[in-house]
Design a protein around this ligand. Structure first.
Ligand code: KG4
Ligand code: ZN
Length: 430
C-alpha cells in the first residue's frame, strides 16, 4: 500500500510517501516499509528562545512549512505522464468545513491546499494518513486539516495515525542491508512479550505487548516527560533547547574528564514498584541545588566545569530511572524483547546502558537510528500501516477527523490502573 503521511504533532513538520508490504497476523507480522519521499522541517531553532515548544508558534510554522513540504513530496513522487484531471480542485469539498478550515488555519493555507490539488490532481497513493494525536492541539490541527482537504479532494481514504504507535513500530524495524540506512526498513519477527519505552518531549510511556494487537500500558509519567526533564534541566543550566543533545554532549565531556557533582540528584519513584514515572522532583531538586550554590535558575551563568558536572548528574539520574523501570517491567512481564523510541532514545548514554543490560539478560533490543527516533512522517506511516493491516484503525470521515491531544493507544490497548499497580505493590510487600 502507498500512503501519503503528514506529521505536525509537535515542532517538526514532516511529510512522507511510503510503500509498504505487510504479511502475517498480529502474532507474526513481517514486512517492509520503503520511503519513496520523505521531507522534514525542524522548528527547534525557532523555539530555542522559549526554552521549549511554544504551541502558537508551532502552529504558525506548520502552516508555513507544510504546503512547501507537501509540494516537494508530491513533485518527487508524481508520475511523469500525468493522467488527465479527474475533477476540479475543490469539487466535492463541503463549503461549511472549508470555511471551518479557513477559520482555523487561515484562507492562505486553504488556497495553498487547493493549489496543490490543482497542480497534482492525480494522487499516486492509496490513502492519506495524518497524526491526530497525541500532541499539541494547535499543531495537530494544521496536519489534520491539510490531510482532510487533500483526502477529500483526491477522494482517498483518510486515517488518523497515533504518534506513539509510529515511534513503537518504527523502533522495531531494521535497515535493509542493500539500501542506504533509513530508506527501507524491515519489520522482522519480534520476540513477544515486547516491552516498549517511548520517551519523548511529551511522553514517557511504558507498554507491554504479547502480540501486536494486545497491549497493556504499564506506566507513564505522572508529571514531566523524560525529554521535558532534559529540556527544563538544560534551561536551568543555561543550555539551549532542545536540552537533551546539549546535556548529553556536556555529560560526555564530564565523564571523559572525571568530573562529578559530588551530590546525587533524586532518581524519582525508584523505591515504588509502580511502573509510573515522575520527573518533576528532579527539576525541583536541581533548582534548589543551583540556588544553594548561589545561582539563579531563571538567569543561569555557571562555570563550564560545574555545568558539565550538573549535566552528567542529570543524564545519569534520568537514565538510571528509566532503566530501573525497564528492569521492573521486564520482571513483571517476562519480556523477551525491548524497544526504545522517541527523541530521548537518541541518547547515547541511555542506549549504551540499556544495551549492556539487555545483552546480559539475553534480550533482543530494538533502538531506532537517531534520524528515525525524533519526530518524522516515515515513522508515523509505519505505525499507521501496521494498524491498518491489523484493522486496529479504520478510515475516518474527512468531515469527522479531529485531533485528540491525548489520543489513547490504538484498539487492543488497556491501561493498567493505579489500583492494579497499588495492589501489585502491596502484594509484593507482604
Ligand atoms: O520524539 P521527539 O522528537 O518529539 C516529541 O514527540 O516530543 O522528542 C524530543 C525530545 C526533546 O525533549 C529532546 O530534548 C529529546 O527528545 N532528545 C534527547 C536527545 N535528543 C533529543 N534527549 C536526550 N538525549 C538526546 N541525545
Ligand atoms: Zn515524538
Amino acid at each position: 500500500m502507498r500512503l501519503l503521511t503528514i506529521e505536525t504533532s509537535c515542532d517538526e513538520t514532516s511529510v512522507a510517501v511510503t510503500e509498504s508490504l505487510l504479511a502475517g497476523d498480529a502474532t507474526a507480522l513481517q514486512g517492509t516499509f520503503r520511503a519513496l519521499a520523505h521531507f522534514t522541517a525542524s522548528q527547534a531553532a525557532s523555539h530555542a528562545a522559549y526554552g521549549g515548544v511554544f504551541p502558537t508558534l508551532a502552529k504558525r510554522e506548520h502552516t508555513k512549512n507544510l504546503p512547501l513540504l507537501l509540494g516537494e513530496t508530491l513533485k518527487s513522487v508524481y508520475p511523469k505522464d500525468k493522467p488527465a484531471r479527474r475533477q476540479a480542485p475543490g469539487e466535492g469539498l463541503p463549503a461549511a468545513w472549508l470555511e471551518e478550515v479557513c477559520d482555523h488555519e487561515g484562507g492562505e493555507f486553504v488556497e495553498q491546499m487547493m493549489d496543490l490539488l490543482k497542480r497534482f490532481p492525480y494522487a499516486p497513493f492509496d490513502g492519506v494518513a495524518v497524526t491526530y494525536g497525541p500532541g499539541l492541539d494547535p499543531a495537530l490541527w494544521v496536519g489534520v486539516n491539510a490531510a482532510r482537504l487533500l483526502a477529500c479532494g483526491w477522494q482517498l481514504p483518510l486515517w488518523g495515525a497515533h504518534h506513539l504507535e509510529g515511534h513503537l513500530v518504527s523502533a522495531c524495524t531494521t535497515p535493509e542491508r542493500t539500501q542506504t540506512e533509513g530508506e527501507t526498513r524491515i519489520l522482522g519477527s519480534v520476540p513477544f512479550p515486547l516491552v516498549g519505552l517511548i520517551v519523548s518531549g511529551g511522553h514517557t510511556d511504558l507498554i507491554a505487548l504479547t502480540r501486536w494487537d494486545k497491549r497493556e500500558i504499564l506506566g507513564r509519567t505522572r508529571d514531566d516527560a523524560a525529554g521535558e526533564a532534559f529540556d527544563k534541566s538544560a534551561r536551568m543550566l543555561g543550555l539551549p533547547y532542545p536540552g537533551g543533545p546539549a546535556i548529553a554532549s556536556l555529560a560526555q565531556q564530564a565523564r571523559e574528564r572525571g568530573e562529578t557533582l559530588g551530590i546525587r540528584l533524586p532518581r524519582p519513584m525508584l523505591e515504588s514498584e509502580s511502573l509510573d514515572f515522575s520527573f518533576a522532583g528532579l527539576k525541583t531538586a536541581l533548582r534548589r541545588e543551583l540556588q544553594k550554590r548561589g545561582f539563579d535558575p531563571e538567569h543561569p551563568v555557571l562555570p563550564k566545569a560545574l555545568q558539565r558536572a550538573f549535566a552528567r548528574e542529570v543524564e545519569e539520574a534520568i537514565t538510571e530511572t528509566l532503566l530501573a523501570k525497564l528492569k521492573s517491567a521486564r520482571e513483571q512481564t517476562g519480556a523477551r524483547s525491548i524497544a526504545l523510541g522517541g527523541g530521548v532514545a537518541a541518547n547515547r548514554y541511555f542506549k549504551d546502558a540499556t544495551s549492556r543490560w539487555a545483552h546480559q539478560q539475553g534480550l533482543a533490543l530494538f533502538v531506532p537510528p537517531a534520524t528515525l527516533a525524533s519526530d518524522n512522517a516515515f515513522m508515523v506511516a509505519m505505525g499507521a500501516e501496521v494498524d491498518i493491516h491489523l484493522s486496529l484503525i479504520s478510515p475516518a470521515g474527512t468531515n469527522r477527523l479531529r485531533p485528540d491531544p491525548s489520543a489513547p493507544w490504538p484498539a487492543g490497548s488497556v491501561l493498567r490502573t493505579r489500583n492494579e499497580q497499588e495492589a501489585g505493590e502491596s502484594k509484593r510487600k507482604e
